[in-house]
Design a protein around this ligand. Structure first.
Ligand SMILES: [Zn+2]
Length: 382
């Protein structure tokens, strides 16, 4: 009995805690579609059109609380899946002196750089034609290449509705320098810092606080080499200083999770099926300019060329993405998925912060490396 007593007390506490606001699980609530009653949850999720006259975008917030006695409680809502296409370019030179064979020489090879910016313009326009948004995070050598060889690229890309972020691994140029390189190349950098490694994040945030106060949004906190065990959160929170995986309402930074980070319709559908209430639900898919290869035999190094039959040929890549985005149309129309830049997601988070619940005792983590997940997804840009 001695051992049972704490369990009994715990059970009593739990019972009394949930007794008042016991609700059916979300699935069961939605299974009442077709009963001609438009329940709040149905309307919030934009589901059950047969029950709800006004089928439209999910309500983000607002509306009176259903029970006046609960006015101090948060307003129930379910956000759509905020969906962003994220692109990164890496520095082509490590420690400012060692060229990297696997990264194009963005700031040294004019023809190659012009191939990539031309492919990115076409890609950016196709994406914009779907009203989708790209956040392109660039390390310093890509921005140097833009400044030298294609100085209107950033302004053109931003005019399509996309954003330019600082992406850095700081082998010799720090975040502030990478941000400055974007400005020097004519771009308007966002407040996003991407490329921070998870095992360095506590020190990194302290350093950003003092040396780079312009950064506020964190994206893609990575494990080395994007190996298995990488965090795959699919929501937004303010990382606590001593433990970034936990939410601190007073934290300066806003972390946007990317979810499974896999370019497949199946993983998007899974994320939509798992939309969490009172959460800013997020998902990103990933591409990098070097996946968009030039035509073989046109003077560009074979490393960055492909035949027109190959999936990695730039026009085929754009076609693949065009089809991918077309398949998402149905979810955009239903209001379950909404395209957004990372800045827009951070703004939506701030607007709804008082109505959010943070249940994240442990972050979800990948069982396989990013490369292996992407290969299995059938994405051809590898
Ligand atoms: Zn990187």
């Amino acid at each position: 009995m001695k051992k049972l007593l704490p369990i009994l007390i715990l059970a009593l506490v739990l019972l009394s805690a949930c007794g008042e606001k016991e609700e059916l699980p979300l699935k069961d609530q939605l299974s009442q579609c077709g009963d001609n009653i438009c329940q709040e949850i149905e309307e919030d999720l934009g589901k059950c059109p047969e029950d709800c006259e006004q089928l439209g975008l999910p309500r983000l917030a607002g509306g009176p609380p259903s029970d006046p006695q609960r006015e101090t409680e948060i307003t129930a809502f379910t956000s759509p899946l905020y969906f962003t296409i994220v692109m990164h370019t890496e520095e082509d030179t490590g420690s400012c002196r060692n060229p990297k064979a696997q990264i194009p020489d963005y700031d040294g090879d004019e023809n190659l750089m012009l191939h990539f910016t031309s492919a990115m313009r076409e890609f950016g326009e196709m994406v914009a034609s779907h009203s989708a948004k790209i956040n392109m995070g660039n390390d310093w050598t890509f921005s140097n290449g833009v400044e030298k060889f294609d100085p209107t690229f950033y302004t053109d890309f931003e005019a399509m509705g996309h954003e330019i972020d600082a992406h850095a691994h700081e082998s010799c140029i720090n975040y502030e320098g990478v941000r400055q390189a974007i400005i020097d190349a004519g771009g308007t950098p966002t407040k996003v810092a991407s490329g921070i490694k998870e095992d360095e994040i506590t020190e990194e945030l302290e350093y950003l606080d003092t040396l780079s106060p312009s950064f506020q949004i964190l994206w893609g906190v990575a494990s080395p080499g994007h190996n298995e065990g990488e965090e795959m959160s699919s929501w937004v929170w303010r990382p606590a200083k001593d433990d970034w995986t936990q939410h601190d309402p007073n934290g300066k930074y806003i972390h946007i999770g990317h979810g499974a980070y896999t370019n497949s319709i199946e993983s998007v559908e899974e994320a939509i099926a798992n939309l969490q209430p009172n959460t800013i639900n997020t998902f990103a898919v990933f591409a990098t300019p070097r996946e968009f290869k030039a035509e073989m035999g046109t003077g560009i190094s074979d490393d960055w060329s492909a035949t027109k039959k190959e999936c990695g040929y730039w026009a085929n890549m754009i076609e693949w993405w065009d089809e991918f985005l077309t398949e998402l149309d149905v979810y955009v129309e239903s209001g379950e998925l909404e395209y957004a830049t990372l800045t827009e997601i951070a703004e939506t988070f701030e607007e709804n912060e008082n109505n959010l619940i943070f249940e994240q005792s442990e972050l979800p983590r990948s069982a396989e490396s990013m490369t292996s997940r992407r290969k299995q997804s059938g994405y051809c840009g590898l």
